[in-house]
Design a protein around this ligand. Sequence first.
Ligand code: SF4
Ligand code: SF4
Length: 167
Amino acid sequence: MICELCNAKCCKTFIVTITAFDLFRIAEHIKDYKKYVEIRKPDILNYDERFLIECKECHGLLAIKSHPCAFLKNNRCSIWPFAPMACKLYPYNIEGKMVKNPVCPFHAKILFKFKKPDKEIVERAKKENELYALIVREWNKKKGKRKDVFEFMIKRAKELSSIHRLV
Ligand code: SF4
Ligand code: SF4
């Protein structure tokens, strides 16, 4: 695996923003998931405004506590089978193209250029992003309390996963 050439540089470098679908999968496996996630101020470059969550006491993006990522253990992802789509895609973007200046070491960068992303993951991530934008819009209309955001996101992701046969 290409990432074995590296010591999880991406997991230490980036703030990992996630969608309600990523949160739903994480919550299915990790009971105390709230310890690992947050609504983070949008203090990062190039975020998608459709994903900006508003509530009475918050304004930000759904994210894993990062720097390094809270799920990184001994330089390995401890939740890889249900890791966020952005992690599954990196160093490719949602369009399936390599991101500009990936943080991967030189050799890994070259190998990733030839490998190409998994098409199924690209398609799934696109669909989930589209639906996530709808979920955020729904939430923002009612602007509920911060303590209810995670449950709302998980509930809607579960319902939409079933309707759109994403499970
Ligand atoms: S969830 Fe896993 S792959 Fe994603 S940043 Fe965290 S440790 Fe890395
Ligand atoms: S995606 Fe790149 S930076 Fe991240 S672990 Fe793999 S090789 Fe390292």
